[in-house]
Design a protein around this ligand. Sequence first.
Ligand SMILES: Nc1nc2c(ncn2[C@@H]2O[C@H](COP(=O)(O)OP(=O)(O)OP(=O)(O)O)[C@@H](O)[C@H]2O)c(=O)[nH]1
Length: 358
Amino acid sequence: MAYDYRGDGDGPAVMPFQIDEQDEDRSQLSVVDGDIRPRVLLVGLRNSGKTSIARVVYHRLSPNETTFLETTSDITYDSMPSTSFLNLQIVDFPGQLNVLDPMIRGEDLFDNLGAVVFVLDAAENIGPATALLCNLVQEAYNINENINFEVLIHKADTIGSEEKRVITQQLNEAVHDGLYGVDVQISFYLTSIFDVSVFEAMSKITQKLLPQFPSMQGMLDTLAGRSNMIKAFLFDVSTKIYVASDSRTVDIGLYEACSDGIDLVVDVSGVFRRKREGETAPSILYDEKTVGVVPVRNWTLYLRHVTKHLMLVCVIGTPLFESKQAIIKANVEAFREGMHKMLALYPGHDEAPEPGSV
Ligand SMILES: Nc1nc2c(ncn2[C@@H]2O[C@H](COP(=O)(O)OP(=O)(O)OP(=O)(O)O)[C@@H](O)[C@H]2O)c(=O)[nH]1
């Protein structure tokens, strides 16, 4: 009870984090065709914004620079940067090719596919895109029932809020009618590369493909509950996709504040890091010593390195953070330890640091 800062007798606040039995089983993950990466197919009509999304989200291209992207002419297989925790393969299917062409073998495209992300230009007539979407879902579902179907109503920055409501409703109805009798779940997101909406959507889509997600969420729930946090996120630092958060609803303003907080902490730690031997400039901007405290409105963001790719961002009421800093930090360190143990069970993913290096 020594650490029970709430003083409400609910039990000690600092406790080891449990490893789920399901994670123990994951250590037996087999390699399919030499590749265990979940695959995501980006598809849609010409010019809808597929390549822009992949470049902005996964490769940090500035949104304004996407105007210079050339139209995609071949199916492109994109890997995540080596600095990312995410181990996805992104398949960018050109709008100028017909994804349902009988010359393209559906099995090659849809077998072992994690998600179809259909990108639809919100400023265009939705009729042709909806027809393609319904046919595509039907074909893909017949081949592989485990695919997640995700629809981005994209370039949402080009339409007003009433149009957003109308287009979402029209699309829902059209898809419902077009797929009558097909028992498939489709998720819709309004997105733009000019704000955080596309990162939030791709975060939710990515989480469904991560085998570690349920454990991460469970551990974040425990952490947030023990320390009375407003929200706790686990971010992939290089893409700023949040790979998990506690299970309460995500407020997009909070997500944006946390995402900006990461930039700040990584930039500042880069400025102050000493050069390592042989380096002409500090090359690592983020390591096991990284920690940040960022005041935002009446909250405090407490940011902490978890692994070489993952950062924990906790949102805490400032008075609580100021009065209970020591116990909150102790809970965060216990969380990191639990995460290291859990992640070490997944082959090919982030390894726990060597003992003693933290
Ligand atoms: N306003 C706005 N424009 C966007 C957005 N996303 C992409 N664009 C623009 O849309 C145009 C087409 O983007 P691409 O990414 O090349 O589209 P694509 O779907 O890959 O096109 P194909 O190669 O023909 O399949 C570019 O000029 C982008 O700058 C967005 O969210 N908002």
